[in-house]
Design a binder for this molecule. Structure first.
Ligand code: HXC
Length: 257
């Protein structure tokens, strides 16, 4: 598949999607988001792929939704086109999706990273929701996901003042899982996917689903959900294999059954 605004490749069991609009700091226009949706769903359906990495350039993961494209939009236009709906496809991918962020992750760029399952940041990463400078607010989940990730105090600070947060602060605040040197960013994300690829795919998919349920429900319901899907894994051959391998002091050979 050839794309105009993203580059795709696979390395081992990892799919890499690189946002590639350097002249606009990877601003997320409709065309780019449509390509991203197509690439994500394609890799999600490919059994050879264990995880998907979304990354950008050293200067920018993405500097936001495309302001020049949004500039002329009208209220009925945005309402009826519902142009952000397409973005949610990221959250419907069943395989782990990792955002490998270097440089700017602003506005919709920060929101895209937060839709992923995990953010790995380069030391030069800068996160922010500066939409308030434009007379708007975050529109792809920023007020919700950022607040859940880093709490009200810092979310209010970032969203109301448009200030950027560096990688160290993002890690301290719980937005980011790991911070690495810029030249190690992709290697670190690939390491995560390699590890995930060695595991039982049903347990990986169910673990992801269970963590995501934590954002949607009460503790009691969430624990009930977890217990149900935990028990369901005892119906898999991989549970027998994983536990037998431990008892026999050998590496498990999972078959995803
Ligand atoms: C369109 C953008 C853009 C954006 C940068 N560019 N961000 N174009 N939409 N979000 C373009 C610039 O216009 C410029 O094009 C080129 O990229 C390089 O940007 P510069 O500003 O010259 O670079 P620099 O001085 O290094 O500053 C980097 C920056 C700044 C701090 C990231 O570009 C910036 O503030 N960008 C906007 C950030 C932002 O407000 N994001 C939120 C957008 S709203 P030319 O042609 O002049 O060279 C949003 C809403 C999401 O995301 C809601 C859900 C959809």
């Amino acid at each position: 598949m050839s794309y105009e605004m993203i580059l795709t490749e696979t390395q081992g069991r990892a799919a890499i999607i690189r946002l590639n609009r350097p002249q606009a700091l990877n601003a997320l226009c409709d065309e780019l988001m449509a390509e991203l949706h197509q690439a994500l769903t394609g890799f999600d359906a490919d059994p050879a792929i264990a995880g998907i990495i979304i990354t950008g350039s050293e200067k920018a993961f993405a500097a936001g939704a495309d302001i020049k494209q949004m500039q002329a939009r009208s209220y009925p236009g945005v309402y009826f086109e519902d142009f952000i709906a397409n973005w949610e496809s990221v959250t419907r991918i069943r395989k782990p999706v990792i955002a490998a962020v270097a440089g700017f992750a602003l506005g919709g760029g920060c929101e895209l990273a937060m839709m992923c399952d995990m953010i790995i940041a380069a030391e030069n990463a800068k996160f922010g929701q500066p939409e308030i400078n434009l007379g708007i607010i975050p529109g792809a989940g920023g007020t919700q996901r950022l607040t859940r990730a880093i709490g009200k105090a810092k979310a209010m600070d970032l969203i109301l003042t448009a200030r950027f947060m560096d990688a160290a602060e993002a890690e301290r605040s719980g937005l980011v899982a790991r911070v690495v040197a810029p030249d190690q960013l992709l290697a670190e994300a690939l390491k995560v996917v390699e590890k995930i690829g060695s595991l039982s795919a049903p347990s990986v998919a169910i673990a992801k689903e269970a963590v995501n349920v934590a954002f949607e429900t009460t503790l009691t319901e969430g624990v009930r959900f977890e217990r149900r899907v935990f028990y369901s894994l005892f119906a898999t051959e991989d549970q027998k294999e994983g536990m037998s391998a431990f008892a026999e002091k050998r590496k498990p050979a999972f078959t995803n059954r």
